[in-house]
Each structure stands twice: as C-alpha cells, then as structure tokens.
Design a protein around this ligand. Structure first.
Ligand SMILES: [Zn+2]
Length: 231
C-alpha cells in the first residue's frame, strides 16, 4: 500500500488493517484503548492478538478462575472499542519470556496473514510498565511479521518519572526526541473499555494517575517505520 505520510505529521498512518499484539487482557484497553479508538474512527479494521489470559494478576485474585473471567472481560472490551477480532492464546502469564520466540512469532505470522494486516501496533520496547511479558510480546510481533511497519505506544519520559516517583513503579518512558508522533485522543471509549475489565480496574490508582498525566495525547514511536519514512 502507499504510505503518503509526512514525517512531521501528527496524524495516524492511513491503514486498512491493524494487528495489535499484546501480552495480557487489559493491555488493549488500559494501554492502547485511546489509540485503537482513533484507528477504528479512521475506518481501519482492528484485530487483537493477546498471548496470555492474564491469570497471574495480583488483582482480582478472589476470583476462582481468573483466566476465564479475564477472557470474558477482554471480549467485552473489544466490542466496546470496535475491535473486530480477538485471538486469545494461553501462554503462561508472567513467563512469556520463557516461551520459544518462534512459537510466539508463528502465531503473529498466522494472524497477520489471516487479517491481511498492514500495520503492527505494540507496546514500546522496554514494555512501558517494564513488565517482561510486554517486552516479549513486542519482540514476537516484530519477529513474526518482519515485512510490516510497527508502531509502538510509548510513555513520555516525564509521565514515567512522575509515576515511578509517586508509586515506586518501573515505567519506562521516552524523551521527546525519541517520540515520532504525538496524537490527540478522546478517552471516552477507552474509559468504557477499561470498565469492562472489572477484575482489574476497580481499584487501580496507577492507571487513573497515568491517564490524568497523559491528558488528551498519546505518544508513539516507529519501531519499524513504513517505507516512506525509512532511511
Ligand atoms: Zn500487561
């Protein structure tokens, strides 16, 4: 496809089919919700490949079968966001880095082919929250669809630093010079999708604070730029 994208543009690339690759149910909403809303609004088909059922979360542990609960939450959130397809795999939550890369990449290749993806959307290298599962999901996406451009959701450095100072978290941010796109977003649909993840969103002050610090923008980086921007 033709990528007529001005490098200084603050707009999304013109794509038809976006494949989101993430580690946990809620990553698509808590992290990427506002961005995915923009793609859906722009008319792109959005599909989500999620590697784990999120069964190792320390939130919602009173639920007997957290993985099953989170599967349903993901389905509801996807409908809310306008995501057309969800592929939820059952790799072990918390130890995705121990899963063979070729196995994970193979799943990415298969789904990318099935949905005729023309763009990968992933978490930034470093995993944004610092979670090793997030890093592995991004690594698998890049390895599984080597011909596709890859756009990463990133946190501004100052937001990561504020969160880490206030909560003792391990967010990995990016200085302005490493951010390629700053996108204006509307968080209404993201907030509705977050609410679908009942087991995770009930008491989540870090999430609330992050969204408040980010305000109406999201920062993005090209991990693999489209041909019109490369070189
Ligand atoms: Zn996650």
């Amino acid at each position: 496809m033709a990528w007529a994208l001005d490098p200084s543009s603050r707009e999304l690339p013109p794509v038809e089919s976006v494949l989101v690759v993430c580690a946990h149910p809620d990553d698509e909403s808590f992290g990427l919700g506002a961005l995915l809303d923009r793609f859906v609004e722009a008319g792109a088909a959005v599909s989500v490949l999620c590697f784990t059922r999120g069964e190792a979360s320390t939130l919602g542990v009173s639920d007997a079968a957290l993985g099953d609960v989170r599967r349903v939450e993901l389905t509801d959130a996807a409908v809310t966001l306008g995501v057309g397809r969800v592929e939820l795999l059952e790799h072990p939550d918390g130890s995705l880095a121990g899963e063979p890369l070729d196995m994970l990449a193979g799943a990415v290749a298969r789904v990318a082919e099935e949905v005729r993806a023309d763009l990968l959307v992933v978490f930034d290298e470093g995993g944004v929250t610092g979670h090793p599962d997030h890093c592995r999901a991004t690594e698998a996406a890049l390895a599984g669809a080597p011909a596709l451009p890859a756009l990463a959701w990133a946190l501004p450095q100052h937001v990561a630093e504020a969160l880490n100072a206030e909560f003792g978290t391990t967010f990995v941010g990016r200085p302005e010079a490493e951010v390629d796109l700053v996108l204006r977003v509307d968080r209404v649909r993201q907030q509705r999708a977050i609410a679908c993840h009942t087991s995770q969103s009930g008491d989540n002050p870090v999430l609330e604070r992050r969204l408040s610090l980010l305000g109406e923008t999201e920062s993005l980086r090209w991990l693999r730029p489209p041909p019109s921007l490369a070189g």
